[in-house]
Design a protein around this ligand. Structure first.
Ligand SMILES: [Mg+2]
Length: 199
């Protein structure tokens, strides 16, 4: 019996029949955190502006990583951000991600799938951050991992083609300046767009 099957007892005369019926199987969806539901890119810009007294905004970044858009002498500083205590705890949620994900969870089987072993500080901070902004996604549905190649499901929403390329199911590439030149996956620019596709 499949996980999503349900058991039904039918009584016909003196006979009790055990039968199954299969529910319409909802999709298993994996959702990345950084730059999909958590604004990592914006936090890098904010920290860079504070550190070097600049006034850059997202519109100044047409392509590439944040560190690729600043003078070489400042690049190491940005690379250190992710190892700074509190970095992953202080991110802003991506616009509309909370409301749309809450609805998606009612319709589909949704897991957060996020790399959390590269930066030792990130695992606890990401967990606390999810508790604050996405309390409806319990720990059972949080996959904090290294490589995502191991994931098996129907859909992966991620901003990194590195992860999407290896996924067996459907993929959605979430817009970010660092992936503007990628064209190998269906692209979405907002959570409202995702809602239109999946709700
Ligand atoms: Mg990401």
């Amino acid at each position: 019996m499949l996980l999503n099957d349900q058991v039904l007892f039918l009584t016909i005369g003196n006979f009790k029949l055990l039968t199954y019926f299969t529910k319409k199987r909802n999709m298993v969806i994996f959702v990345d955190m950084d730059d999909v539901i958590a604004d990592t890119y914006g936090k890098h810009i904010e920290m860079y502006n504070e550190e070097f007294s600049k006034n850059l905004s997202l519109s100044d970044f047409k392509s590439g990583e944040v560190w690729q858009n600043v003078p070489e002498m400042h690049q190491d500083s940005i690379r250190r951000h992710a190892r700074t205590d509190g970095f992953f705890r202080c991110l802003e949620p991506i616009k509309d991600s909370i409301a749309v994900l809450e609805q998606l969870c009612q319709k589909h089987e949704v897991y957060i799938a996020t790399a959390a072993t590269q930066f030792p500080n990130s695992l606890r901070e990401k967990s606390d951050w999810l508790d604050q902004y996405f309390p409806f996604i319990s720990w059972h549905y949080r996959i904090m991992c290294g490589y995502k190649f191991i994931l098996k499901g129907d859909l992966l929403i991620d901003d990194r083609t590195l992860n999407l390329d290896e996924f067996d199911g459907n993929t959605l590439l979430f817009n970010s300046p660092h992936n503007v030149h990628e064209n190998s996956h269906e692209r979405v620019g907002s959570w409202l767009e995702i809602a239109e596709k999946l709700l």
